[in-house]
Write a protein that binds this ligand. Structure first.
Ligand code: G6P
Length: 611
C-alpha cells in the first residue's frame, strides 16, 4: 500500500528518494512522484512504476537537498498522473504526501470550496494541502502551527510529510494510524513509511506514535504530540542490515523468501527451545504466561495469510493445549458486536504489524478488557506496540507481496505456543513433548529436501499454467494449507482458485470438476488418510486431474493421482509447515510462466494500512 520516503540533509535528495521508492515498490502501488525543494518546489509524478517516473524526470532539474517521494495505491480517485502524490495547495505554498484516508474530506472540501478554493485532483490529500494553506493564510500562523491546526480538524488515518517554500529548511512528519519511521543520520534525516528505504543509511530510528508530529531540520528534530504533552524520543536500533533487502541472485523476492524458509524457521525457534530443560521459553510471553495457560478461550484476529496461520493455530492449540480457539477475520470482528471480555485472550497475527483492520480489532479487544497478544514479524510495528505482550517471528524482511516465510514462521510460533501451553497444563507427557520438539527441529531439514524438488514443481506448473480454475483440498490441519495454496495461486497468477475441506467438496465444488481443472490434494498420511483417499477417488471418477501431496513412500495415492509430490514424513501437528512449500513454489512457477509480476501482483498491497 502507499509508500512514503523523505530526505533532509546535505546530499542530493532525488537519488535517495528514487532508491527509497524502489525499496517500497513491494508494498504495491499504481503511481509515483517526488517533490524537491530548492527555493521553489518542483513536483514530478507519473502513473505507473518508479521507472516511469525516472523516465519522466530524466533531463529535468532535480537539484535539492530536501525532498519527499510517494508511491500511491489508489483509494480516492483512479490511478492517474493528476491523482498521484505529491499534491500542492492551491497557491503552491505547501506540498504534501500522505498515506491513509481523510474520512471527512468531503465536508472539509466543501467548506474550502465555499471559501473559493480550487481543487484539481479527486484526492483527499489535496484537501489536506489546501486546508493547511487556508489556515496558514487566514490565521497568519507559522507553518508548524498551520499543519497542527489542520490535523486537528482531520478525521481518519494519516502518515504524511509536508514541505513548504514558506519555511524551506523544515520538513514536517505526522502520523495517526499509518506508520512513519525517522532514520537519524549526521545532520540528515531519512523518513519513510517503513524502515526498508532507511536501513542502508542508518540503523538508528524513531517510530512515530499516534498523533506525533515531528519538526525536522537538518540539525534538529523536535517531536511533539497533538493530544498530549508527554512525547518521549525513543531511539531504536534496526535489527536487520541491508543485505536482507537484496535479491541475492534469486529472480524474485518471493523465490528468495521461499528458499529462506529453513533458515527463517530456525531463526524463529532458536533460543526458544531449551532441550536441556525440556522447556519452551517465549520471552515476550513470560509476564502473561499464567493468564495464557489458564485462558478459557483464545480468539485469533488476523487477515489474509495470517488468518490462515490462525486456522492452523486453532487446530494446534485445541489439540495440544485443549483451549477453545475461535479464528476471526479482523475486519469482521471489529464491525460486529463481538462477545469479548476480560476472561478472553486475543491473539493478533500479522506479518507487517500495520494492517489497519487488525489494529482496530486489537483496540476493540483492549477496550473490552481482554489480554491482547501479538505474533508479528516487523519489530517495532504498530501491532507489536499496541498489544500487551507478544512473540516476534524473526523471519527477516518479507518483500514479496505473496507471503511465504512469514506464514511458516507464524506457524512455528503457534506450534511452540501450543506445545508450551500443553506442557504447562500437564497435557503432554515428557515423551510426547520431546517428540514434538524433535519434529520441530527437523522441519528446516525437511523443507530443504522439498526445495530440492523445485524442477518437479516447475514441471507440474507447466501442466497447470493454462487452467482457469483450481481447487485445493485438505482435511484437518491441512485444510488451512489448502486455503493458503489457493490464495498463493490467485494472488500472483490471477487463476481463480478455491480451498475447501476435502469432505465439503461433495457439497458444491464437485460440480466444477472436469479434466482441465487441477485438483490439488494435501493427502499426507494422518488420521484422515483413508477419507482423503476416498475423496481422491471421487475426483478421479469424474475424470478430474489430481495433483497430490503425499508422504514419502506412499504407493496407494501414487496409483490414483495424475501427479504426486512426496514430502518427508512428519507428525500430523506439524505437517502444515512442510506441505505448504510445494504449493508456494507451484504458484510461483505458474505465475512466472503466465508472465505475471510475481513480487508486485496487480491491485495487491503488502501492508494494508486502510480499512
Ligand atoms: C495483505 C498482504 C497479505 C497479508 C495480509 C495481512 O493482504 O498482501 O500477504 O497476508 O495483508 O497482512 P499482515 O501484515 O497483517 O499479516
Amino acid at each position: 500500500m502507499c509508500g512514503i520516503v523523505g530526505y533532509i540533509g546535505t546530499r542530493d535528495a532525488y537519488p535517495i528518494l528514487v532508491k527509497g521508492l524502489k525499496r517500497l515498490e513491494y508494498r504495491g502501488y499504481d503511481s509515483a512522484g517526488v517533490a524537491l525543494l530548492n527555493g521553489d518546489i518542483a513536483i514530478y509524478k507519473k502513473k505507473g512504476k518508479v521507472s516511469d517516473l525516472e523516465d519522466h524526470v530524466r533531463g529535468k532539474e532535480t537539484k535539492s537537498t530536501i525532498g519527499i517521494g510517494h508511491t500511491r495505491w489508489a483509494t480516492h480517485g483512479e490511478p492517474s498522473d493528476l491523482n498521484a502524490h505529491p499534491h500542492h495547495s492551491e497557491k503552491g505554498l505547501f506540498t504534501i504526501i500522505h498515506n491513509g484516508i481523510i474520512e471527512n474530506y468531503t465536508v472539509l472540501k466543501k467548506t474550502l470550496m465555499d471559501q473559493g478554493m480550487k481543487f484539481y485532483s479527486e484526492t483527499d490529500t489535496e484537501v489536506l494541502a489546501n486546508l493547511i494553506e487556508y489556515i496558514y493564510t487566514s490565521e497568519d500562523v507559522s507553518v508548524e502551527v498551520a499543519v497542527s491546526l489542520a490535523l486537528q480538524k482531520v478525521v481518519g488515518a494519516y502518515g504524511l510529510l509536508v514541505i513548504s517554500s514558506e519555511d524551506p529548511n523544515l520538513m514536517i512528519a505526522a502520523r495517526r494510524s499509518s506508520p512513519l519511521v525517522i532514520g537519524l543520520g549526521n545532520n540528515e534525516y531519512f523518513i519513510a513509511s517503513d524502515a526498508t528505504p532507511i536501513a542502508e543509511y542508518t540503523d538508528r530510528v524513531i517510530y512515530l506514535n499516534n498523533d506525533d508530529i515531528a519538526l525536522i531540520r537538518r540539525d534538529e528534530l523536535v517531536l511533539k504530540n497533538l493530544v498530549s504533552d508527554a512525547t518521549k524520543v525513543n531511539i531504536k536500533t534496526l535489527e536487520r542490515g541491508i543485505f536482507e533487502i537484496e535479491k541475492q541472485g534469486y529472480e524474485h523476492f518471493m523465490l528468495k523468501e521461499i528458499f529462506e524458509q529453513p533458515r527463517s524457521i530456525m531463526d524463529t525457534f532458536r533460543g526458544r527451545i531449551q532441550t536441556e530443560t525440556n522447556e519452551i521459553r517465549l520471552g515476550g510471553l513470560l509476564d502473561v504466561k499464567d493468564q495464557l495457560v489458564n485462558a478459557k478461550r483464545i480468539v485469533v484476529i488476523a487477515c489474509g495469510t495470517s488468518w490462515h496461520a490462525g486456522l492452523v493455530g486453532e487446530y494446534l492449540i485445541e489439540d495440544l493445549a485443549r483451549i477453545p480457539v475461535e479464528v476471526e477475520y479482523a475486519s469482521e470482528f471489529r464491525y460486529r458486536n463481538p462477545l469479548i471480555g476480560p476472561d478472553d485472550v486475543v491473539l493478533a497475527i500479522s506479518q507487517s504489524g500495520e494492517t489497519a483492520d487488525t489494529l482496530a480489532a486489537i483496540q476493540l479487544a483492549r477496550d473490552a478488557g481482554a489480554l491482547v497478544l501479538g505474533i508479528c514479524n516487523v519489530v517495532g510495528s504498530s501491532i507489536s506496540r499496541e498489544t500487551h505482550a507478544g512473540v516476534y517471528t524473526h523471519a527477516g524482511i518479507e518483500i514479496g507481496v505473496a507471503s511465504t516465510k512469514a506464514f511458516t514462521t507464524q506457524l512455528t510460533v503457534l506450534t511452540m505456543m501450543a506445545i508450551m501451553i500443553g506442557k504447562e497444563k500437564g497435557l503432554l507427557s515428557d515423551q510426547r513433548f520431546s517428540q514434538l520438539i524433535k519434529e520441530l527441529n527437523d522441519v528446516p531439514g525437511k523443507i530443504e529436501k522439498i526445495l530440492e524438488q523445485n524442477e518437479e514443481f516447475k514441471r507440474i506448473a507447466e501442466i497447470c499454467k493454462d487452467a482457469t480454475n483450481a481447487l485445493y483440498l485438505g482435511r484437518g490441519v491441512s485444510f488451512p494449507v489448502a486455503l493458503e495454496g489457493a490464495l498463493k495461486l490467485k494472488e500472483i497468477s490471477y487463476i481463480h482458485a478455491e480451498g475447501y475441506p476435502a469432505a465439503e467438496m461433495k457439497h458444491g465444488p464437485i460440480a466444477l470438476i472436469d479434466e482441465k481443472m487441477p485438483v490439488v490434494f494435501i493427502a499426507t498420511r494422518d488420521g484422515s488418510y483413508e477419507k482423503i483417499v476416498s475423496n481422491i477417488q471421487e475426483v478421479k471418477a469424474r475424470n478430474g486431474m489430481v495433483i497430490a501431496i503425499v508422504t514419502e513412500g506412499d504407493t496407494i495415492i501414487r496409483e490414483m493421482a495424475d501427479h504426486v509430490i512426496e514430502i518427508p514424513e512428519s507428525d500430523e501437528s506439524l505437517v502444515s509447515l512442510t506441505a505448504v512449500v510445494p504449493l508456494q513454489l507451484i504458484a510461483y512457477h505458474i505465475a512466472l510462466m503466465r508472465g505475471c509480476d510475481v513480487d508486485q501482483p496487480r491491485n495487491l498491497a503488502k501492508s494494508v494500512t486502510v480499512e
